[in-house]
Design a protein around this ligand. Structure first.
Ligand SMILES: Cc1cc2nc3c(=O)[nH]c(=O)nc-3n(C[C@H](O)[C@H](O)[C@H](O)COP(=O)(O)OP(=O)(O)OC[C@H]3O[C@@H](n4cnc5c(N)ncnc54)[C@H](O)[C@@H]3O)c2cc1C
Ligand code: FES
Ligand code: FES
Length: 1338
């Protein structure tokens, strides 16, 4: 190829502007082209692999056949620029802006409070925008389907759903409620006070911009003319390493395939793109036949439909929908089954580009299509220069993992999907770790053909995906059935044969061995029920009533959420925004893509990019680092090792040193060893891949807490706390029970990965550090110490963070320091933005905890004594683990007054990446242990868990186990109110009835309380400072120590300043958090940011307000601007610092007593779920939360925190699983493997009530901290699942306590249900193989 360097021009449009690229690099994706080449930074990087939707844009093309313009939402991170010829790209900047006119999709997500950190917002906006371009009157199902490929880690989705519900006419709030909205107008501050039925609402639906199609950019006529050209010419682009050829005709394509048999066909790039990005697979030549019309041809015949292999899933979906309409109903079984699967392939953006041919040719074991195509007798046409052949898509087609019988020079031209024959029934099934946008764990295609008017089987086909390297045909089971009637005796033979036939070794890739095997039986059982239903007319036998729900889908319609909060006090000035639901102050900029995040800062002159090289060994000596090859590569400038650090080479946390870059020894996979700096990210990545590190493995590796206990590998000190006499309490108890629970870790999954830009000023060693951190002062100190310069030469600047949740403090400071070393050594600006996989590997997350307990209790439910032992897997370095272990002990009682209580905790030192702070700081783990214990007591006594909770709850002024006095009145009020609002007792009865009537679907309900301490036990961390300037025009600039990470601190602080200065918020600006404005700040953490910084700002504003007092008195009718200019002329300083000393909190661990918290936030959450016992899949039907948050400063922000934290907790307790290989390698390094909650996980009814009549003398304006507490309420879903499982176990004859570990994934829930099928699998033998499981149980 080298000699063919001619490059044809690439023509496309972005936001109406023509782009002509003569020499596009085939390796460039649209995302980086938009961000770097066009400086359109609204489109974000979240994962690079099509899994998060942050990079969503709209691509439009003109179809010369239909004369239509088609619009698709796509992931820009997977779309090669070379594929854009003739396309019009619309980004978030192209649909509206705050400078011109907002688009309604931008306005509504912002006004509905659906944008917190805002990093996901442009992607959400573009998915919704594309949906509306295609369908201006969508249903709610359309909306959730359109957004299923977009993740948000902050909001919990409810406000986004409710904001976009306003586009669905059928969902209009007024119509739904049958009443008229009575919306008031905005006040001077721009905040709204909508009232509906006398109840204040979070946002006004009355004054939203209407959808106006004239606002949309017109499709460029030039592109229509381009598309009309009959014979498309071949395009060829040559990059630095890769050649891209886009043939204009089928013949050319076949010739190219003959010339370059190893070159892949890039269609949707959703498979090959991932291989190249994440597996380092390189292809020197790429063939992209998207211009070859034959690949997109669809023909319908009476026997079925023939679909071009280049058709996308979305197009195939419309073809199938049409066919279902066109064919007689009895012929459409196969179409329906395939359609059902296609609807669940990836998210909308993936379905819009991923092709049928690509899916088949990829031959991935968990393709959703191949099992059903195989079972449904589909065939394909394989074509090469040598001719064509028709090949059945069956077990013989797939040879192994990613291997088919296709020859290297063959392409798939088309796929034939046959119509179903009379008496033939086809069904497809799939089970995935998340209901939407997740690869299947196991899927299946099943077809049976009966003799006419009979239940005797003529032909049957059963295919499974996800149970081996390729799809599996259950031949033996099929043989059992053929020629026999479809009845109980036949089928029970089939189950036993299936158990025998489908075996997975203990170390089978993907793990979940028993679960996957039992799914194969459960899915067949579902097929059986569907077939019985179909045969009803022949056999005259209906399936039993109790079993019918087994084939009903779980409910999925998300209803409007209800939020109740208190109006401001009567008499409060209309201008005073405190207590009102005010939109996040930069939500509109976030929704238009104008909001600037660290990596959106423009490239600086001479800038370099830094990529970290990490250890591939869990515990080893570094014998040599060879970077000679890296330095030879184009663009590589330098390699940074520990030896380059001019100052301190480590950070010290709680007495332990952590090396910035490993020098002699590595102690986990993912530990940072060195860093490569180059003139571009691509060059730095290639340089990093070329660094060779030689190791000498050390044998004493420790991964699990059990291993750590055995080897006494702990970070010290280990803490203990006790009240009463536990031994005596246990002795005196009527019953004693010992139990345990394991709680898995959690990845922060902030949408914005760790990002840095360090600019050496070039004079007196000054460094400017732009970054995304919760703790700028800590980073400043770290950078200064690392470089060996005073702190006054380093300034850290944080405009906003795209989420943090505790994960942007410690490792962030280390990463910033390494970047600073590179900037200092090279004398050039250096940028470092971690890729998602690197971020997940390097930065650690929430501590997994093993909780063991012994509890003594009386027959009446009173707990007399409890003894807890907690082991937290801290990882290889201490980080904040000792503090996490301490906090665990402070919250072990949760809301319960257990007279004799003991807790011991240990931070285990292991060879896994170190864990760190995460929203709740150990509390969500320890509270699950105590609640699990309560559940066990209830099960032991045969009583309901809510009764045991109520009996043991703190009820009057009490002392905690560390002797801090508190009044639990509001805890009890939250409990009672939640019970009432949730209509708990009534629903409990309804659930019991449901469970009696349904065998394989069970419902469960649970209610859990929380008492959460606010403030830092280390007194000095409670202080805060602020700097407020008033400029001569009256505008005010507020700086304070808090960082804005989506929690809305800047909005609340703006409200505080507005009240104190008595001016509208529009006059108040907050630009960034900078160590230059406010020094020596504390982290934005512990739910304490507004408490502390709000007070400091209040102080500064009051100082200024008082200074203006004489002027105001003299001219009481003057305006703010008059007073300010007068003050200036009178030489009155218009700048003031404010300071808040904070609470003097402490905890004496020797005496085991103290006052570590300023006060408690109380909350109670109740959830109900419906569980499919056959698959473990569940749906949260309803959640009600009552929170005592004092007097909320901003109910919309606080409710946003409550809902977002709840959903993060739901993820923690029911779905998010970090998996490590037996040698300590993190498998789960992106959204494809690690599932955080998505739209489909939002409770179908989600109500939040802020407790009325509460106040709090310990925090600003009587408010309370709320960032963290409600994470734990996500456990109400965990316990509701456990409740449903308990009902299923009862049917199986199992009663009493059982261990359900967290997260209660479908795997755990299904196995715990102990259905007939899971028991069959448990009793069967697995195939022989290495006994080592695929993943560690850490
Ligand atoms: C985030 C994400 C989620 C996903 N979720 C699902 C899911 O839920 N279920 C599921 O089944 N799949 C899922 N997938 C996989 C996806 O469906 C496949 O990657 C896709 O169908 C492949 O099609 P493509 O056009 O993108 O192929 P490409 O990536 O362009 O090509 C893939 C391979 O197929 C070959 N190829 C392509 N077309 C042809 C042809 N006509 N003839 C011969 N060879 C050809 C190429 O040479 C290449 O080797 C997901 C993928 C992503 C990225
Ligand atoms: S960045 Fe493209 S989907 Fe995540
Ligand atoms: S607002 Fe969605 S990720 Fe932060």
């Amino acid at each position: 190829m080298a000699e063919q360097t001619r490059s044809d021009g690439l023509i496309f449009y972005v936001n109406g502007e023509k782009i002509t690229e003569k020499n596009p690099d085939p390796e460039t994706m649209l995302l980086s082209f938009l961000r770097k080449n066009l400086r359109l930074t609204g489109t974000k990087y979240g994962c690079g692999g099509g899994g998060c939707g942050a990079c969503t844009v709209m691509v439009s093309r003109y179809d010369p056949q239909t004369k239509n313009i088609n619009h698709w939402s796509v992931n820009a991170c997977l779309l090669p620029v070379c594929q854009l010829h003739g396309a019009a790209v619309t980004t978030v900047e192209g649909i509206g802006s705050t400078k011109t006119k907002l688009h309604p999709v931008q306005e509504r997500i912002a006004k509905a409070h659906g944008s917190q950190c805002g990093f996901c917002t442009p992607g959400m906006v573009m998915s919704m925008y594309t949906l509306l371009r295609n369908n201006p009157q969508p249903t709610m199902e359309d909306v959730t389907e359109g957004l299923a490929g977009n993740l948000c880690r902050c909001t919990g989705y409810r406000p986004i759903v409710d904001g976009y519900r306003t586009f669905c006419e059928s969902e209009n709030c007024c119509q739904l409620n049958g009443s008229t909205c009575n919306m008031s107008n905005g006040n001077e501050n721009g905040s709204v006070e909508p009232i509906e039925n006398g109840q204040p609402e979070l946002f006004s639906k009355g004054d939203l911009l209407p959808l106006d199609p004239t606002q949309d950019l017109i499709f460029p006529p030039e592109l229509m003319r381009l598309a009309e050209v009959k014979d498309q010419t071949t395009q060829r682009f040559c990059g630095e390493r890769m050649t891209w050829i886009s043939p204009g005709s089928l013949n050319e394509l076949l010739q190219l395939k003959a010339d370059y048999p190893q070159a892949p066909l890039v269609m949707g790039n959703t498979n090959i793109g991932l291989d190249m990005k994440f597996k380092g697979i390189f292809h020197p030549v790429i063939i992209s036949p998207t211009q070859v019309p034959e690949l997109f041809k669809v023909t319908q015949k009476p026997e079925g439909v023939c679909v071009g292999a280049g058709c996308s899933m979305s197009f195939l979906k419309s073809v199938l929908e049409r066919s279902i309409n066109d064919f007689p109903p009895e012929s459409t079984h196969m179409f329906r089954a395939l359609l059902q699967q296609i609807k669940l392939v990836g998210g909308q953006q993936i379905r819009n580009v991923a092709t049928l041919g690509g899916n088949i040719a990829s031959a991935y074991p968990n393709s959703d299509l191949t099992p059903i195509l195989a079972a449904g007798r589909c065939t394909l046409v394989a074509l090469s220069k040598d001719g064509r052949r028709r090949v059945p898509i069956d077990k013989d087609f797939f040879l192994g993992f990613a291997k088919t019988v296709l020859k290297p020079d063959e392409i798939v031209l088309s796929v034939f999907i046959p119509a179903s024959r009379p008496n033939e029934i086809v069904h497809a099934f799939r089970h995935a770790p998340r209901k939407e946008s997740a690869l299947a764990t196991v899927n299946a295609g099943m077809r049976v053909w009966f003799n006419e008017n009979s239940n005797v089987v003529k032909e049957i086909s059963i295919y499974y995906g996800g149970v081996g390297a390729t799809i599996l045909s259950a031949d033996r089971a099929c043989q059992q059935i053929v020629g026999r009637p479809w009845e109980e005796a036949t089928l029970s033979d089939v189950y036993s044969t299936l158990v025998d036939e489908i075996k997975l070794g203990p170390s089978a890739p993907g793990g979940k061995v028993d679960f996957r095997r039992s799914l194969t039986l459960s899915l067949f059982f579902k097929f059986n029920l569907l077939v019985l239903q179909y045969l009803k007319d022949v056999t005259q036998v209906d399936i039993p009533q109790k079993m019918q729900s087994a084939i009903q889908p779980l409910p999925k319609h998300i209803q409007p959420g209800y939020q109740e909060f208190q109006n401001v006090l009567e008499g409060q000035s209309a201008q005073d925004p405190v207590g009102r639901p005010m939109m996040h102050r930069t939500a509109l900029s976030q929704a238009t893509g104008e909001a600037v995040y660290c990596d959106d800062l423009p490239q600086t002159d001479g800038e370099l990019f830094l990529v970290i090289v990490t250890s591939s060994r869990p515990h080893a000596k570094i014998t040599h680092i060879d970077f000679s090859e890296a330095l030879k590569l184009p663009g590589v400038v330098d390699v940074i090792t520990a030896k380059d650090i001019p100052g301190k080479r480590f950070r010290t946390f709680t007495g332990y040193d952590e090396e910035l870059l490993a020098e002699d020894e590595v102690t986990c996979v993912g530990q940072m060893v060195c860093a490569v700096v180059a003139d571009s990210k691509a060059h730095a990545k290639r340089g990093a891949a070329a660094v060779k590190i030689s190791y000498e493995d050390l044998q004493d590796r420790i991964f699990t807490v059990e291993e750590a206990i055995e080897k006494e590998s702990f970070f010290l000190p280990r803490r203990q706390i006790e009240r009463g006499d536990v031994e005596k309490g246990l002795r005196e108890a009527e019953q004693v029970y010992e139990g345990e629970i394991r709680i898995g870790g959690q990845e922060h999954f902030y949408l914005e990965t760790q990002s840095f830009l360090v600019i050496p000023i070039g004079e007196e060693k000054e460094m400017k550090v732009y970054l995304s951190t919760q703790h700028p002062a800590f980073t400043q100190e770290a950078v200064a110490e690392t470089l060996g310069i005073p702190s006054n030469r380093v300034s850290c600047h944080v405009k906003r963070l795209g989420g943090a949740f505790g994960g942007k403090v410690t490792k962030t400071a280390i990463l910033a320091s390494i970047t600073a070393v590179a900037a200092s050594k090279t004398g050039r600006p250096v940028r470092c933005v971690l890729e998602r996989g690197e971020d997940m590997l390097i930065t650690g997350g929430r501590h997994p905890v093993w909780g063991i307990y012994k509890v003594g209790f009386m027959k009446d439910g009173r707990i007399t004594a409890a003894d807890f032992q907690y082991y937290a897997n801290a990882g290889n370095v201490v980080d904040e683990s000792v503090l996490v272990a301490e906090k665990i002990l402070l919250h072990l009682d949760n809301a319960y007054n257990i007279p004799n209580l003991r807790g011991r905790s240990a931070a285990c030192k292991t060879n896994l990446p170190s864990n760190t702070a995460f929203r709740g700081f150990g509390v969500p783990q320890c509270m699950l242990v105590v609640e699990s214990m309560i559940d066990d007591v209830a099960l032991k006594l045969g009583r309901l868990p809510e009764e045991i909770r109520e009996i043991n709850m703190y009820k009057e002024v009490s002392l905690t186990h560390y002797k801090m006095e508190f009044d639990p009145e509001n805890l009890v009020r939250c409990w009672n109110e939640c019970m009432k609002k949730a209509d708990f007792r009534q629903r409990r009865q309804g659930i019991d009835l449901f469970n009696q009537q349904n065998q394989f679907k069970k419902r469960g309900i649970a209610i859990v309380p929380i008492k959460y301490g606010i403030g830092f036990a280390e007194a000095f961390l409670n202080q805060a400072a602020a700097l407020v300037h008033i400029y001569k025009d009256g505008s005010v600039l507020v700086s304070h120590g808090g960082t804005e990470m989506g929690q809305g601190i800047h909005t609340k602080v703006q409200q505080v300043a507005s009240r104190e200065l008595n001016i509208p918020t529009s006059l108040i600006h907050i630009s960034e958090t900078s160590t230059q404005c406010v020094p020596n700040t504390c982290p934005s953490a512990a739910s304490f940011g507004t408490d502390a910084n709000g007070m400091a700002v209040k102080d500064a504003c009051q100082i200024l307000y008082n200074r203006l007092e004489p002027i105001r008195k003299k001219n009481p009718k003057g305006t703010w601007q008059n007073w300010i200019i007068t003050a200036f002329l009178q030489k009155i300083s218009l700048s003031a610092t404010g300071y808040y000393r904070g609470h003097d909190l402490d905890m004496d661990w020797e005496k085991q007593e103290g006052k570590p918290y300023a006060y408690f936030t109380y909350a109670v959450g109740c959830s109900e779920v419906e569980l499919d016992c056959l698959t473990g899949e569940y749906r949260t039907l309803r959640t009600d939360i009552v929170v005592d948050i004092g007097r909320s400063i901003n109910p919309s922000i606080d409710i946003g925190q409550i809902e977002g934290a709840f959903m993060q907790g739901l993820g923690l307790y029911t779905m998010e699983e970090l998996k490590f290989s037996p040698s300590g390698v993190l498998y789960t390094r992106g959204p494809s493997q690690y599932k955080i909650p998505s739209f489909c996980d939002v409770p179908l009814k989600f109500n939040v009530y802020l407790l009325a009549g509460s106040s709090n003398p310990h925090a600003i304006y009587s408010s309370k901290g709320i960032g963290e507490p409600t994470v734990f309420l996500g456990s109400s879903v965990f316990f509701a699942i456990k409740d449903a499982v308990t009902a299923a176990r009862k049917d199986a004859g199992l009663t009493g306590p059982f261990q359900l570990n967290s997260p209660a994934t479908p795997e755990r829930a299904c196995l715990a249900c102990a259905t007939h099928f899971t028991q069959m699998v448990a009793q069967s033998e697995s195939t022989s193989g290495p006994a080592q499981p695929w993943a560690l149980n850490i």
